[in-house]
Design a protein around this ligand. Structure first.
Ligand code: GLN
Length: 399
């Protein structure tokens, strides 16, 4: 007798979601041996001291479950850092939670505060995890778009916060607003006045804020990062999310944190404990030891500014039009003025072509929009060794 086995079908929780663009483009880059300036990660090693710290923790048998909220040493270090940089005290015991990277912090925040039917406002272009996370919570995503400013030739010149649209989108049903500065993919950085304006906008509402600040230590030209933690009114209603992967060149370690007032952290932890429970122990000890030396993150803007300026200077010699990059490790360019037929391709196809035929992978900015908005703009990541950037520039130069 033969037994036929069949897998039951069931309705997808995320019917419109495919594989994330970062994974798709990294796979394509690997297949074609292209220089991967797509997914955001460094191609250079992290500090050996950081690895030594993790190794020491492992050898000291710190390999069992840490506390659900993360080890005290790391939470204390984060508390100190936020207090020194942004002047806000989060209680490490009740207001700081270690997460398995920024993306888990985002999902868990959303699951913790968004109920079915609640509205969540996001500002596009937006990191691709926001919307599916809102859908998993049963929330309704309300899209607001950054204003695209164009120059006299019709090429994209900059992006600006759409205050009027934002004011119209936020009302009594808005449970959560997601903001992101420095902004992925445009590099846009919020100013102090922007935080003031946002505080006025949400003042009479019960809207909470998720502030994705994973690129907080990548702000250039002497500018400052303005965290919600630097603004008491906003801090009182915000989940602040950051990531050690970005700051310490260890994106593969997947460790980040969420700082939020006690009432918000309490709800966050209810979900977190049944989501990942906690985050790997030795990494936390390694990071805690490393965090004690502030110079590592204080030097990061200068470190990345050299790379940004080198990459921008090279791109100036090409037919790509440079957009501003005041923050993050991303540089966006407009390709519409290239003198080749491919300049007419949509962003996704242009990136595929660039990866497979020219040998440089990039990310289409359209992937950060719900309805693919075509602006002929793609994103490069410059968190690379100078030689990597130089080789990529040579290839782009010929276009
Ligand atoms: N945040 C990274 C980027 O924008 C990607 C993270 C990921 O691949 N999930 O490139």
């Amino acid at each position: 007798m033969t037994v036929s086995a069949s897998t039951p079908s069931f309705p997808s929780r995320l019917p419109n979601v495919g594989t994330t663009v970062f994974t798709v483009m990294s796979a394509l880059a690997a297949e074609y041996q292209a220089i991967n300036l797509g997914q955001g990660f460094p191609d250079f090693p992290c500090d050996r001291k950081l690895i030594t710290g993790v190794n020491e923790a492992m050898l000291a048998d710190r390999n069992q479950y840490p506390p659900m909220i993360g080890i005290a040493e790391l939470r204390n270090g984060i508390c100190q850092k936020i207090e020194n940089l942004y002047g806000h005290h989060y209680d490490p015991e009740s207001e700081i939670t270690i997460t398995a990277g920024g993306t888990q912090g985002i999902l868990t925040t959303i699951l913790a505060c968004v109920s079915p039917g609640d509205e969540v406002v996001i500002i596009e272009p937006a990191y691709d995890s926001y919307r599916p996370s809102i859908e998993l919570a049963g929330g309704k995503t309300i899209f607001v778009s950054l204003q695209v400013k164009r120059d006299a030739n019709g090429q994209v010149a900059s992006y600006e916060i759409p205050w009027d649209e934002l004011a119209n989108a936020i009302h009594s049903k808005t449970r959560l607003l997601i903001i992101n500065s420095p902004h992925n993919p445009t590099g846009m950085v919020w100013q102090k006045e922007d935080l003031d304006r946002l505080a006025t906008l949400v003042k009479s509402t019960s809207t909470l804020i998720l502030s994705d600040e994973v690129y907080e230590h990548m702000v250039y030209d002497g500018a400052e990062h303005h965290s919600v933690a630097s603004h008491p009114e906003l801090a009182a209603r915000s989940f602040l999310i950051s990531s050690f992967g970005k700051t310490y060149h260890v994106t593969g370690w997947k460790v980040g944190y969420v700082a939020a007032p006690v009432a918000l952290s309490k709800e966050f932890r209810k979900v977190h404990q049944f989501n990942v429970f906690t985050v790997n122990t030795p990494m936390q000890y390694g990071l805690a030891a490393y965090l004690a030396d502030a110079s590592h993150y204080l030097n990061l803007p200068a470190f990345y500014q050299v790379k940004r300026d080198f990459f921008r200077a090279g791109l100036e010699q090409t037919k790509f039009k440079l957009l501003p990059s005041p923050g993050t490790y991303f540089q966006c360019v407009d390709y519409s003025a290239l003198n080749i037929p491919e300049a007419k391709l949509n962003e996704a196809d242009f990136c595929k072509w660039l990866t497979t035929k020219i040998g440089v992978a990039a990310i289409p900015v359209s992937a950060f929009y719900d309805q693919a908005t075509e602006s002929s703009v793609i994103r490069f990541c410059f968190a690379k060794q100078e030689q990597t950037l130089a080789t990529a520039l040579q290839r782009l130069h010929n276009l």
